[in-house]
Design a protein around this ligand. Structure first.
Ligand code: COA
Length: 177
């Protein structure tokens, strides 16, 4: 396994990985982990563009984003973590985190490794807080975040109405040290 920074040349591979990953959203025993309906769980093209452009924006400038992936021994992407700036101004000391691990590779410590790597990078980049939003039913992710020092700072009940059911949204934050 190899953890590396995502660059522009790997972006098409990354989008293919992400769309495959998103196809698990709310399926079978998987919780909803993205606020998207099951039949539209794909990376929206406008977000793809913003993601790609953000990787070239200086950290702390509006729209910045950085991402890292883990590759297996065959070079396939099997996990990712990304950090981005908040859309609000005067929030340069904070960032937002997103992550995922490919279905066959979950439960093997990759999520924890990706999270630790992103936090270490954020600390070096001068970011003091990592924030995240997680669907409240997503127990695996919440357990990972809690055991990594994230604290629940809020919850919006019934934030989303997806596939005929309401979903609450949990907000979590960690102060980096
Ligand atoms: C959440 C996710 C990234 C965790 O990645 P992972 O590689 O499976 O996690 P790890 O193997 O590093 O496990 C770390 C901790 O997460 C928690 N965890 C992981 N899977 C779990 C599960 N199925 N049930 C409960 N807790 C779980 C545990 O606390 C675990 O620590 P432990 O092994 O000491 O018990 C992965 O389940 C995933 O990709 N889920 C779908 C996408 C997603 O939810 N992204 C986050 C959106 S906010």
């Amino acid at each position: 396994m190899n953890l590396e920074k995502l660059d522009q040349t790997s972006f098409a591979d990354f989008v293919a990985y992400l769309n495959d990953h998103l196809s698990d959203n709310g399926q079978g025993s998987m919780p909803y982990f993205q606020p998207l309906p099951r039949d539209a769980s794909r990376f929206p093209p406008e977000k793809e563009e913003a993601f790609r452009n953000g990787m070239q924006i200086e950290v702390s400038k509006p729209g910045w984003r950085r991402a890292w992936v883990i590759r297996d021994d065959d070079g396939g992407i099997v996990g990712h973590v990304d950090l981005r700036g908040h859309p609000e101004t005067f929030t340069k000391h904070r960032c937002l985190l997103g992550m995922g691990v490919e279905r066959k590779h979950r439960g093997q410590g990759l999520g924890r490794e990706l999270l630790a790597h992103a936090e270490q990078w954020a600390l070096m980049a001068g970011v003091q807080w990592v924030d995240l939003q997680v669907l409240s039913m997503n127990t695996p992710a919440i357990k990972l975040y809690e055991s990594s020092g994230y604290r629940k700072v809020g919850e919006i009940p019934n934030m989303f109405l997806i596939d005929g059911k309401h979903h609450s949204y949990t907000l979590m934050a960690k102060r980096l040290r």
